[in-house]
Write a protein that binds this ligand. Structure first.
Ligand code: ADP
Length: 153
């Protein structure tokens, strides 16, 4: 059976931490869909269109990585796309607790789906998108924290 993973997230914007998890997962799956979950209640820093463009730029060298966005439940999106797995990254024990409950609920909602976790590389364990947004808000340069060559415009 062909294995498709959905990596859901806000990616507002993508960081080196996300990039690391996704590139390490490429050999594990036939296809990875990096999917921006649209949150109606949360106004993003970057628009969905901008975030999609950043993701397309970063993953253009990888033919098995597909970029998309969705609204509604992640498990419904997984059913629609024929995904077999949900991929997530773990940085800390706080991530683990948060991810554990989501994964267990998703399993209940859609028993055929398996969530798999990859541990972050130690150098990325303090990194998240809000760090990058803060740097940008205050006129700093986030280049060390975002994928190489990516321009956040
Ligand atoms: P959210 O789920 O709040 O939208 P993100 O879009 O930032 O958050 O995260 C999506 C996924 O990427 C989550 O599984 C998260 O744990 C993972 N992730 C985020 N930053 C990192 C990082 N620095 N290293 C590893 N995984 C990360």
């Amino acid at each position: 059976m062909s294995k498709t993973a959905v990596f859901p997230g806000s990616f507002d914007p993508i960081t080196k931490g996300h990039e690391d998890i996704i590139t390490r997962a490429i050999p594990l799956f036939d296809r990875i869909i990096v999917a921006i979950g649209q949150n109606q209640e949360k106004q993003g820093f970057f628009t969905i269109q901008q975030r999609l463009e950043f993701l397309r730029f970063v993953f253009s060298p990888y033919p098995t990585v597909v970029i998309d966005s969705y609204s509604g439940l992640t498990v419904d999106y997984c059913r629609k796309t024929g995904a077999t797995h949900i991929l997530r990254g773990l940085r800390t024990s706080a991530d683990f607790e948060f991810e554990r409950s989501i994964a267990q609920i998703n399993k209940k909602l859609y028993p055929d789906i398996e969530t798999v976790f990859l541990l972050t590389m130690p150098e990325y364990s303090a990194l998240n998108s809000s760090v990058v947004r803060d740097i940008l808000r205050h006129g700093g340069d986030p280049a060390d924290f975002i994928p190489k060559g990516l321009k956040l415009k």
